[in-house]
Write a protein that binds this ligand. Structure first.
Ligand code: ZN
Length: 197
């Protein structure tokens, strides 16, 4: 229904949340409402103001005793960091993580000469994730075949791991999410990527 933009304490857009979550953060005094003019409202200020607004683009929540406008942007009171980056599990990122080197023989190869390789084969229950997928050259891949490294007499030169990259934080938007006009000012201030798929 109505999504809410979350800013950290330093006014940096870090997340989009649900109105339910936003109102509960507001209610427990972990966040304030902020508008486009940088006016800041506590829960009780916002509740009082809501009584005098007749039209609000994100709508209202009605309780037995009062109504409250659904905030469009909230400002966290205590959190001043950026959330950890979640590195996407893509072929490109996996190749980069292992520096385009075969994890069995260590040779550096071009993209077309590398494969993704399940350490524990899928047919044996191996997962498709950072801890079970590495990069191998095609000869090593063929040699290992549908076996474990031990069975194939091969040794991994590097331990499979999830990358720990520090990159620019990117706010991501779900498909079909409507970006509200009031968010624009805060989103334009930061580096962001829109995830379109
Ligand atoms: Zn190799």
């Amino acid at each position: 229904m109505s999504d809410v933009l979350v800013l950290n304490k330093k006014f940096y857009a870090i997340q989009i949340t649900t109105w339910q979550k936003a109102l509960s953060l507001l209610y427990i005094d972990h966040a304030n409402v902020i508008d486009e003019e940088y006016n800041i409202y506590s829960f009780s200020d916002w509740r009082d103001i809501s009584q005098h607004i007749s039209a609000h683009s994100s709508g209202f929540i009605h309780t037995p005793s009062f109504k409250i406008a659904i905030p469009e942007i909230i400002l966290l009171k205590f959190y001043d960091e950026l959330p950890p980056m979640d590195i996407k599990f893509t072929r490109k990122n996996i190749y980069e993580h292992y520096k385009h080197k075969c994890c069995y023989c260590g040779k550096k190869k071009s993209t077309s000469e590398l494969n993704l390789e399940h350490v524990l084969p899928v047919s044996r229950g191996g997962a498709t994730d950072w801890l079970n997928v590495v990069v191998s050259c095609i000869p090593c891949n063929l040699k290992k075949a549908n076996r474990t490294p031990v069975e194939a007499g091969m040794k991994l030169l590097v331990k499979p791991s999830k990358p720990d990259w520090q990159g620019p934080f990117a706010l991501s938007f779900k498909t079909g999410m409507r970006i509200k006009a009031s968010w624009q000012k805060f989103i334009d201030n930061v580096y962001w990527n829109s995830e379109l798929e």
